[in-house]
Design a protein around this ligand. Structure first.
Ligand code: BG6
Length: 486
C-alpha cells in the first residue's frame, strides 16, 4: 500500500499570462482578447457581471480602446509579472515549489496571430523566464492557450469559428516546441477545454448577441479546438519525442441531489455533457455516442472534414489535468437553489459551506474527482488548479493572516493524499494564483488566491510590492515534508 505522496511529487503554483504578466504594450506584444476586457468605475456589480464578456466589436469594444479615466482594463496590467519575474521567481524558490505552471501569451509570440515570423522579443522573454525557473531547480508546466487570443484573429477571421485558426494555432504551438522545447517539462495546449462551452468568450471567443446560432457556433469552435489540440500533440511528439502533453477540464464535480434514480441519471448526463465529453475526445480520440445523441436532440450540426476523425484518434493526450474549486448537485427537480461556481452557476448542496464568492468548498470532492478521472482514463493526472479566492487584509507590519486559506489547502491536500493512497497516479499539484493575480471572472484584485500578497487594488492602484502571507509559511512547510503535514 502507498503511504503518501511519491518522491519527486511536483508541488507547485499556477498563474496565467493575462492575469499576471501585464505589459500589454511592451516587447512587441499584440493586443489580445483579454486586453479588451474592462469595467467602468460607475458600473454596479450587476452591470459588471452583465458586461464582462461583451468586448469584441460594437460600441463597447471601441470604448474599451479609448483612454477614459473611469474605464479600467485590469488584464492590461496584471501584477506586472513581465517586469518583476526575477524577484518573483526568487520568492517562488524560497517557497520551495518544484514546478511553475504559467501560460504563454500567443500575442507575444505572434502579435497578430497570422504573422509570417514570430516576435523574437516575445520568445526571448519566455527563454529568460524559464531559465530563471531552472536556475532554482523549478520545472516548467506551460499552458499554450489560457483564454486570450490575438484580437486580429477574431476581427479578421472570426477566431475559432474559422478553420484557418487551427493552422495559426498549430504554427504558434510548433514555434514553441522548436524554440522553447528543451525548457518546458509539461505542455498543456488548452486551459479548461470545457470553458469553450461554459464561458464562450474566454474559451472560444464568441459573444452571444453576435451569433445567430450561438450553441451551434460554440460546438463548431470546439471541434476546431479539438483538431488543433490533436495536431499540436502530433507536432509536439514529432519535434520532442517523449514530451508530455496533457488535456485539461474545469472539473464540475457532480453528485445526485437525492438517491432517486432520476437524479442519479441526471447526474450521469450532466457529468457527460459538462465534463467527460471534453476529456473523452482528447483521451479516447473520438466523439462519444452520448454527445452524438445530444447533438441530434438539440439539432446541432458541426462541419467535420475528411480525415478529422483519424487526426483525433491518432493523437491523444499523455496525461489528464483539471482545475478543482467546488462541487455541485444534479437533479430533475425544478427550482433547486443555485450558488456561484467556477464558470457556471451551481446547484446548491446543503452539506457544504461556500466561499465569500459562493463557491462550494468540498475537499472530499477532490478525492472523488481524482479517483473518477484516474479510473476512467488510467493516465497520470495533474491537479492544475485549486485554491480559495478570499479577501485578505495587509496589516501595517506587512503581515497577512489568512487561516481560512491554510485550512482550505490543508483539507484539500489531505484528500489528495488519500487519493494517492487509493492508487491514483498523481504527477503534481499547482495551486492556483499562488501569487495574487487579477481574478478571471470578476476582474478583481480583491479576490485573492495567493500565498504571496501583491499590493494592488481593483483599479490597479498600490505599490505592487509582494508580501508573504501566513499561508506562505504553511505551504512551504507542506512542500518540505512532501505533504506529510497536520
Ligand atoms: C479557472 C481559470 O477557471 O478559474 C483561471 O483557469 C481563473 O484563469 C480561476 O482565475 C479562478 O477563477 P476566478 O474568476 O476566481 O479568477
Amino acid at each position: 500500500m502507498k503511504k503518501g505522496f511519491p518522491e519527486g511529487f511536483l508541488w507547485g503554483g499556477a498563474i496565467a499570462a493575462s492575469q499576471a504578466d501585464g505589459a500589454y504594450n511592451q516587447g512587441g506584444k499584440g493586443l489580445d482578447t483579454q486586453d479588451l476586457r474592462y469595467f467602468d468605475a460607475a458600473w454596479t456589480k450587476e452591470e459588471r457581471a452583465m458586461y464582462k464578456n461583451r468586448r469584441i466589436n460594437g460600441e463597447k469594444y471601441k470604448k474599451a480602446l479609448t483612454d477614459d479615466d473611469t474605464v479600467h482594463y485590469p488584464f492590461r496590467w496584471g501584477i506586472d509579472f513581465y517586469n518583476h519575474y526575477k524577484e518573483d521567481v526568487k520568492l517562488f524558490a524560497e517557497l520551495g515549489i518544484k514546478v511553475l505552471r504559467t501560460s504563454i501569451n500567443w500575442a507575444r509570440i505572434y502579435p497578430n496571430g497570422d504573422d509570417e515570423m514570430p516576435n523574437e522579443e516575445g520568445i526571448q522573454f519566455y527563454i529568460d523566464l524559464f531559465d530563471e525557473c531552472h536556475k532554482y531547480g523549478i520545472k516548467v508546466f506551460a499552458t499554450i492557450l489560457h483564454y486570450n487570443i490575438p484580437v486580429n484573429l477574431v476581427e479578421k477571421y472570426g477566431g475559432w469559428k474559422n478553420r484557418k485558426t487551427i493552422d495559426f494555432y498549430v504554427k504558434y504551438a510548433t514555434t514553441l516546441f522548436e524554440r522553447l522545447g528543451n525548457r518546458v517539462d509539461y505542455w498543456l495546449p488548452f486551459n479548461e477545454f470545457n470553458a469553450g462551452r461554459f464561458n464562450p468568450y474566454n474559451g472560444v471567443c464568441l459573444v452571444e448577441d453576435q451569433e445567430p446560432d450561438y450553441v451551434n457556433a460554440i460546438f463548431q469552435c470546439l471541434h476546431h479546438q479539438f483538431i488543433a489540440n490533436a495536431l499540436t500533440i502530433k507536432a509536439g511528439h514529432e519535434i520532442l519525442p517523449g514530451s508530455m502533453i496533457g488535456g485539461m477540464i474545469a472539473r464540475f464535480t457532480t453528485y445526485p441531489a437525492t438517491c432517486h434514480p432520476d437524479d442519479v441519471m441526471q447526474m450521469i448526463l450532466d457529468d457527460q455533457y459538462s465534463n467527460w465529453f471534453y476529456l473523452d475526445v482528447m483521451a479516447r480520440g473520438k466523439y462519444p455516442a452520448y454527445i452524438e445523441r445530444y447533438f441530434d436532440k438539440e439539432n446541432i450540426q458541426i462541419k467535420k472534414e475528411a480525415g478529422d476523425d483519424m487526426i483525433l484518434s491518432e493523437n491523444t493526450i499523455d496525461f489528464t489535468a483539471f482545475s478543482y474549486y467546488f462541487s455541485q448537485v444534479s437533479t430533475t427537480k425544478q427550482g433547486w437553489e443555485k450558488t456561484a461556481g467556477n464558470l457556471i452557476m451551481a446547484n446548491k448542496n446543503p452539506y457544504l459551506e461556500t466561499s465569500e464568492w459562493g463557491w462550494q468548498k468540498d475537499p472530499v470532492g477532490l478525492r472523488i474527482t481524482l479517483n473518477q478521472i484516474y479510473d476512467r482514463y488510467q493516465l497520470p493526472v495533474f491537479v492544475a488548479e485549486n485554491g480559495l479566492g478570499a479577501k485578505d487584509i495587509l496589516e501595517a507590519d506587512g503581515t497577512v493572516h489568512d487561516p481560512y486559506r491554510i485550512d482550505y489547502l490543508k483539507t484539500h491536500i489531505a484528500q489528495m493524499k488519500e487519493a494517492v493512497i487509493d492508487g491514483v497516479d498523481l504527477l503534481g499539484y499547482t495551486m492556483w494564483g499562488f501569487i495574487d493575480i487579477v481574478s478571471c471572472g470578476p476582474m478583481e484584485m480583491s479576490k485573492r488566491y495567493g500565498v504571496i500578497y501583491v499590493d494592488r487594488d481593483d483599479e490597479g492602484k498600490g505599490t505592487n510590492k509582494r508580501y508573504k502571507k501566513d499561508s506562505f509559511y504553511w505551504y512551504k512547510k507542506c512542500i518540505e515534508c512532501n505533504g506529510d503535514i497536520e
